[in-house]
Design a protein around this ligand. Structure first.
Ligand code: F0G
Length: 452
């Protein structure tokens, strides 16, 4: 792959289909916020100008993916589309058993319902919330073992997603019999989209094998993780990205994957393993909830799009543009004095709302206050990851996740300008109080009101 020699990293695609973006007046945005009880999850998409709520299922498929859709074989069992997907996943991951599922949490649910017993312990760098919820519903314990730097937004570390190996050694020494599974989430979404180094994956794998504990990857953002290994970890700059991905997967016994992220499909996921006995349990459980093991809750055409998307996700030019555009976004915010989680991660920019809005206490939700201010100012929708989402949260963040291949640099420049205006009147941004609160996952449906 030839290195790009220009200062400007261009979007490595041109646009052949467009979708209108809603442009609203401030009065319309104010009315929308009031109507929804100041909860951005309750907005209509037609009320959002730039939607950075998530990078999940929101990517733009390529012409090749759209073309592949037409090849979908909709046979109930043994479809050609499954064979095609299976071949791609075999090549990429080396896993023998490949089960399609409708999205990542379906893979997590199958895993949790088949191999976790009440009282079991599962270790991870940081569990994503659906992974944690599925583990806890099975009566098991989900324990996070991130390195200490992961909890400090301004700490510089090339692989802030790494697992704390000393903590892992301690838990294995003290609680070996309870540990049912060790996982690594690549990249570590809940901790800022931070990557995990190959050295750390190797070290975790070695310990898991020595202790006889199965080791799985949550591979939702495996391609972005491979990119960071390629560019940040000594010894990997000459490695092909596919070889890096293959090496990562080869160290594990299996993976769950939401293909809605790096797989660049609007719906889809995978559950893969080399453990024959677990694969049998997975297949039986999959039939109960997802369908037949060769389609897993998806149409044949979805399998085709996923096969193509997984291959495109490791394209060098695409990943270079992707990581550069997130870094560009973060750097420009920092230049304006907006504090962000360092270094920029793979799929999102996380603004440290706790630091930007020091006048708002935790129980008045600084991350939410910033999210509402960004929407009011320019119709930009992000998601609070702080005390509203997790009442015990240590950090008050606003995540601005960037959908894949959807927005151009001009869109990001606009978001930066909106943030600049918001930051300029930071001390006047109000906190919020809860008006109505559901019993669980309150951030999705709660209503709030500004406290002036
Ligand atoms: N694992 C990780 C690391 C994730 O980020 C997600 C989803 C899942 C698993 C679950 O996958 O949504 O396909 O069922 N993350 C989305 C987000 C929702 O916005 O970060 P899913």
């Amino acid at each position: 792959m030839q290195e790009w020699e220009f200062r400007t990293i261009i979007e490595p695609f041109r646009i052949k289909m467009v979708e209108d973006i809603p442009l609203l007046t401030r009065e319309q945005r104010e009315a929308a916020l009031e109507r929804t009880g100041y909860n951005l999850f309750r907005l209509l998409a037609s009320e959002v100008t730039i939607d950075l709520l998530t990078d999940s299922g929101t990517g733009a498929m390529s012409a090749n993916q759209w073309a592949a859709l037409t090849l979908g074989d909709e046979s109930y069992a043994g479809s050609r589309s499954f064979q095609r997907l299976e071949a791609v996943v075999h090549r990429l991951t080396g896993f023998r058993h490949v089960l399609p599922v409708h999205q990542g949490r379906a893979a997590e649910r199958i895993l949790a319902r088949t191999v976790l017993k009440p009282g079991a312990l599962i270790l991870n760098n940081t569990h994503f919330d659906t992974t944690r919820a599925n583990i806890e519903v099975a009566g098991a314990e989900a324990r996070d073992l991130p390195i200490p730097e992961a909890r400090v937004p301004e700490a510089e570390h090339p692989f802030k997603g790494d697992m704390d190996l000393d903590a892992l050694d301690r838990v294995i020494a003290e609680e070996r019999d309870r540990i049912a599974l060790i996982m690594l989430t690549l990249t570590n979404n809940a901790a800022g989209g931070q990557p995990v180094s190959m050295a750390n994956i190797e070290a975790v794998s070695e310990r898991a094998r020595a202790a006889g504990i199965p080791f799985f990857l949550d591979a939702a953002r495996f391609a972005e993780n491979a990119w960071f290994i390629h560019t940040r970890e000594p010894g990997y700059d000459h490695w092909d990205l596919t070889d890096i991905a293959r090496r990562m997967f080869s160290l594990a016994d299996g993976c769950t994957m939401s293909a809605k992220k790096d797989g660049i499909v609007n719906i889809g996921g995978l559950l893969c393993t080399n453990l024959d006995e677990w694969a049998t349990l997975f297949r039986n459980e999959l039939i109960l909830g997802e369908g037949f093991p060769t389609y897993g809750g998806l149409a044949g055409r979805d399998l085709e799009a996923m096969a193509v998307g997984l291959e495109e996700s490791l394209d060098h030019g695409y990943l270079q543009y992707r990581s550069r555009s997130i870094a560009y976004f973060a750097e420009h915010l920092e230049e304006l004095g907006v504090p962000v989680v360092r270094p920029p991660g793979g799929h999102a920019v996380f603004i440290d709302a706790g630091r930007l809005l020091p006048h708002i206490p935790k129980d008045r939700f600084p991350g939410h206050a910033l999210a509402a201010a960004m929407y009011l100012e320019g119709g930009v929708r992000g998601v609070e990851i702080g005390s509203l989402m997790f009442p015990e949260a240590k950090l008050e963040l606003l995540r601005l996740a960037v959908p894949r291949r959807v927005y151009t640099q001009a869109h990001i420049d606009y978001v930066i300008e909106v943030a600049e205006r918001v930051a300029a009147r930071a001390e006047r941004i109000p906190g919020y109080r809860l008006v109505e609160e559901p019993p669980f996952l309150r951030h999705f449906t709660a209503t709030l009101a500004p406290v002036r």
